[in-house]
Ligand binder design. Sequence first.
Ligand code: IP8
Length: 257
Amino acid sequence: MIIIKLGGSIITDKTDYRKFNKDVVARLCKEIKESGQKVIIVHGAGSFGHIISKRFKLNEGYVDDAQIPAVAQVCYDTRDLSSMIIKELIDAGIPAISIPPGSAFYMEDRILRIEDESVIRMMVEKGLMPVMFGDVVQDKNLGFAICSGDQITELLAKMFDVERVIFVSDIDGLFDSDPKTDPNAELLSKIDKDTLSAVNTDISVDDVTGGVRGKIETMLDMCSKERDCILVNGMVEGRLLSLLKGEDVICTRAEGE
Ligand code: IP8
C-alpha cells in the first residue's frame, strides 16, 4: 500500500482564495490510475483552508465567537475542494469517497483520535479509496483545532501496511534554502535527522501547519526500515507516474535506519 499526500500547493494556488488547480489534479489522478498501484490519497487544504484559518487564528483553538462562522466556512471550503478532487478521481476510474475528518473524528490537544477505524478498513477491503484531508476538527480541550493532511497521513500509515509515503508538491524536493527566492538553492536527494538544522525553512505563504519544516519532521517521523518517504514534484508531467512505476526520478527521499 502507498499513501499519496497531494499538497495544498499543487492542488490549489495557495495565494488565491479557493483557486483549484483542476488540470493538474486531473493529470495526477490519471497518473495514479495508470500506475496500477494500490493507493490511498490524502490532500491538503491549500487556499481553501489556510487563508481563512490564519486570518481567524483557528489553530489557536477557540478564542472568541467571531471564529465560529470562520470554522463553518473553512469546513465548507475544504469539503468543496475534496468533492472536486473526488470528481477527478472518479473520472480517472478510481472509486473514491471523501471522509471529512472534521465530521468523522475529534482531537485532544491537537492529537487526532479515530475511535472506530472499521469504516475506513471496510472501504479499503472493497477496493474503495477513502480520501481524507486537512480540516478544522472539534478539539475536546481547545474547542477546535487544525488537523493537517500530514497528521492524517501519519495515522493511516499506522493503520495499514504502508511501504511508501509520497508527498506530492510543487518543488523538486527539499532544498537547502527556498528555490523560489534563492537561485543557488541545492536539492537534497536524501535527508536524515541532521537535515533540519541545515536548511532555511522560512515560510513564504499563508500556512498554519508548519510549511517546509513541518514537512521534513513528518517525513523523518514516518520513515522506517520498511517504509521510505518521498517528496516529489507533481507539476512535472509523468514524474509521479515514473516514481510509482519504480523508476529513478528527481526527488527527496527520507530513509529509515
Ligand atoms: O494543508 C490544513 O491542512 P494541510 C488544514 O494538510 C486547514 O496542512 C484547514 C488549514
